[in-house]
Design a protein around this ligand. Structure first.
Ligand SMILES: [Ca+2]
Length: 89
């Protein structure tokens, strides 16, 4: 499965992307891969960073696969310079 979204980032800075998934996930920001965990797994937290993200719209792509058993995922984006917390919905 693949989701694409354009998100308007109101503050520039370094962003950290979190995902806890069963099974596999990849996350891209403007075509740059920030999380690459394309394998089966129990729910495991992953994170990736994107430095110096500028304000304005950015394209975030999430690829996900489920290979059996439970399916699980949560995700979150945190800008760790200003305390901005933005959730993907
Ligand atoms: Ca599974």
């Amino acid at each position: 499965m693949r989701w694409t979204g354009i998100f308007d980032f109101i503050e520039s800075g370094d962003y950290r992307f979190f995902a806890t998934v069963d099974d596999g996930i990849r996350v891209y920001v403007d075509g740059w891969r920030v999380i690459d965990a394309w394998h089966t797994a129990l729910p495991v937290p992953y994170e990736g960073t994107f430095a110096d993200l500028e304000t304005g719209p950015h394209t975030i792509v999430v690829e996900y696969f489920e290979s059996g058993g439970h399916a699980h995922w949560t995700r979150e984006i945190i800008n760790f310079l200003p305390r901005l917390r933005k959730k993907i919905t």
